[in-house]
Structure formats: C-alpha cells, structure tokens
Design a protein around this ligand. Structure first.
Ligand code: NAD
Ligand code: UD1
Length: 338
C-alpha cells in the first residue's frame, strides 16, 4: 500500500513511518517542519534501508495536497500533523483551531477530491478531561476537555464522525493516545522537544543527562496512592503497531470507529522517577512544586476495545519505555541536532 503521513517527521510519525516501511508499504510524508527536522526522515530512511517521498509544506495548503495526491496513488492517510502543546493552546487558541480543525478539514476535502477515503486520525486522552470513573472507555463522556488543544481534537472527532455519516465511501479510525513515551530501540529516532519539555518523561531524561537542574513534581496532594499524578504511559512503538492494525481494519470496515491506545495501567510521577533512577543508576534531583494548572489527578485507559477489534495490545512495559527513552537521550543529547 502507499500511505500518506501528515506530520510524519514528528515524534510519533517517525516511529509509525519506520513500521510502515518495515511492513513493506510505500510512504509519502507532508510536513512543514514547524516542530521537527528533516534529519528525522533521513534517520528513518537509514534504519529502514529505503526512501520515502517527501513534501515540505502546510496541510492547510489545498494546492499542495492536490499535488501530493496526484503524484502518488495513496491508499490511506495517517494524519499526525497538528499542534500539541496544551499551554500554548491556552495562549493562542486560534492557531490551534486553525491548524488542528482547519487543517483536518482541508485534508479531508483534498482526500475527497482525490478519491481517497481511508483516514487514521491522531486524537488524545485529553478529550476526556477530568473524570471520576476509571478506566476510561471510548464511551466515557467527552463533553469537557480542559484546554483548547483537547477541544480542538474533540471537534475534529465530531467533524469526522459527521462527515463519515454523510458519505458511505469513508472509513475513519480515531486513535486516542494516552501518554506516549519511549523511542525506537536503536536510539536513532525519538522525541525531540523544542525548548523546555512540557511533558514529564522528556523533562526527566534531560535532568538525568544534566541539561536541567531538577525535576519539579507538580503536586503531591492529589487523591492518588502517593499524592502525585497518575497517567497511562504507552510505548511509542506500541502506538506505531496500533496504527498498522488500524490501517488493516480500514481495508475491511467502512464507517467511523474510535479506539483508546493505552496500556490499562496507571503510574504515578514518583513511580516514574524511581524507575528512571533504577535505569540511570543514580538519584534524580527532584523537588515538589505546586500543582500545574489544568492538570488532572489521574487517567488510564480501558484498552479492551482495541484488543477485541484490532487485535492490539501494548507489548512494552514501563521499564522498557524509560530505558528506550533514556538511550535516545544519551545518544542524542541535543536531539536531531546532536
Ligand atoms: P510532533 O509535534 O512531534 O509532530 C507533529 C508534526 O506535524 C511535526 O513534524 C510538525 O512539524 C508537523 N506539523 C505541525 N503543523 C503542521 C502543518 N500545519 N502542516 C504540516 N505539518 C505540520 O507531535 P507528535 O507527538 O508526533 O504528535 C502527533 C499527533 O499526535 C498530533 O496530532 C498530536 O496532537 C497527537 N498526540 C500526541 C501526543 C503526544 O504526547 N505526543 C498525545 C496525544 C495525541
Ligand atoms: C499532557 C497534556 C495532554 C497531552 C499529553 C500528551 C497537559 C495539561 N496535558 O498530558 O493534553 O495529550 O500531555 O503527552 O499538559 N509532571 C511533573 N513535572 C513535569 C512535567 C509533568 O510532575 O515537569 C507531571 C504532571 O503533573 C502529570 C504527569 O507528570 O501528573 C504527566 O504529565 P505530562 O507528561 O505533561 O502529561 P499529561 O499532563 O498527562
């Protein structure tokens, strides 16, 4: 198959791209490099031993998308391109709605013009917002995401569901990722945050390597076993496998379907710190700080639907996830610019 990856140069896109190539698919990437580097694509090509077709540009550029679909006979689109920083989305909501919502509409319109009707969309556990009842199933309410970022993803889900209902030719898979972490085992590709990492694991590995003084643990008075926030961390290679299974599913099933991609297990911030300390073999400088505004206490997935319908289940545990993230950090202390 020929698969188009929007945002393919990013953290999750590079890992999925590698798995697509290793599975024998051809790949085209559209990315504007607003949050990534062309070096990431070169690394994937080196690991896979084959080339990809690449277009630098914006998914909101209709003429570019038309050219991309004319140039290659695309079967399925994996749509990663988007903005993902929660704080930034509070400060600049219009760009989040423009890129995440407007970009997806532009993409779906271009797909329609080209006669390509299979789409996998990167959504997030953020659509669930704060919930009492764990684990989260795909039927848990999504009425109240806590940020413009989360709301932009929820809006896209709704738009895609309406669009699918209006035209029976479409097959759309929405994957709600929980907390992606880890890297390919080679240490050649991984997460390369620009500036100060917002997420726990990249921040912690930057502390471990000495680039940052200490990890602030945001809040130790949550109603959780040790008072710190609990999340469902999922290895990026497990996410990648889930995408390939969704691609297969769409070959046989029309319509709209949503799946959680998580492990079904929650880990606290202090558990992450302890596991990382075991891996690096020394204490991680840590202090307690105020709760981060907008944070929820806990969140983990019920991944049963993905197992039942896609045959997908997370294979990597927390230790492997942190060891792989740490290997990537050590080998590439400054990310792709190392
Ligand atoms: P990323 O920022 O590493 O990758 C996104 C890619 O899209 C980048 O390469 C960026 O340059 C590109 N891009 C951004 N705007 C674009 C535009 N207008 N036109 C073309 N390219 C554009 O992010 P990621 O972590 O790989 O996330 C991929 C997707 O998964 C995103 O949609 C994100 O919202 C979603 N997601 C990510 C996480 C996470 O923690 N990483 C969690 C849940 C969902
Ligand atoms: C964040 C986003 C979420 C996005 C997800 C993807 C927020 C509020 N939410 O989720 O929308 O889908 O990333 O990965 O940003 N923590 C610390 N110290 C730090 C960083 C984090 O203690 O320096 C804690 C947080 O309080 C939280 C846990 O670590 O309890 C995980 O945080 P993070 O990695 O930022 O993920 P989320 O908050 O779950």
């Amino acid at each position: 198959m020929h698969i188009l990856l929007t945002g393919g140069a990013g953290y999750i896109g590079t890992h999925v791209m590698l798995c697509c190539l290793e599975a024998g698919h051809s790949v085209t990437v559209v990315d504007d490099f607003s949050n990534s580097s062309p070096k990431a694509i070169a690394r994937v090509e080196a690991l896979a031993g084959c080339r990809v077709v690449f277009h630098q540009g914006d998914i909101r550029d209709a003429a570019l998308l038309d050219r991309v679909f004319q140039e290659s006979k695309i079967d399925t689109v994996l749509h990663f391109a988007g903005l993902k920083a929660v704080n930034e989305s509070v400060e600049n909501p219009l760009s989040y709605y423009d890129v995440n919502v407007g970009g997806t509409i532009a993409l779906a319109q271009a797909m329609g013009r080209a006669g390509v009707f299979r789409l996998v969309f990167s959504s997030t556990a953020s659509v669930y917002g704060e919930q009492e009842k764990m684990p989260l199933t795909e039927s848990s309410p999504i009425d109240d995401p806590t940020s413009p970022y989360g709301r932009s993803k929820r809006m896209v889900e709704q738009i895609l569901e309406d669009h699918c209902a209006s035209d029976p030719r479409w097959a759309i898979a929405v994957l709600r990722y929980f907390n992606p972490a880890g890297a390919h085992i080679s240490g050649q590709i991984g997460e390369d945050p620009r500036g100060t990492p917002a997420n726990l694991i990249p921040y912690a590995t930057q502390v471990a390597i000495g680039q940052r003084a200490a990890l602030s643990v945001f809040g130790n008075d949550y109603p959780t076993p040790d008072g710190t926030g609990v999340r469902d961390y999922i290895h990026v290679m497990d996410l990648a496998a889930g995408h390939l299974m969704a691609v297969d599913y769409l070959r046989m099933h029309m319509g709209y379907r949503v799946w959680n991609l998580g492990t079904g297990r929650g880990h606290s911030v202090l558990q992450i710190v302890q596991e990382l300390e075991n891996i690096i073999g020394k204490p991680l400088p840590t202090n307690f700080a105020e709760r981060r505004s907008g944070d929820i206490a806990q969140c983990w997935a019920d991944p049963a639907r993905a197992e039942r319908e896609l045959g997908w289940r997370a294979q990597h545990d927390l230790n492997e996830m942190l060891a792989d993230h740490w290997r990537w950090q050590k080998l590439n202390p400054k990310g792709y610019d190392s």
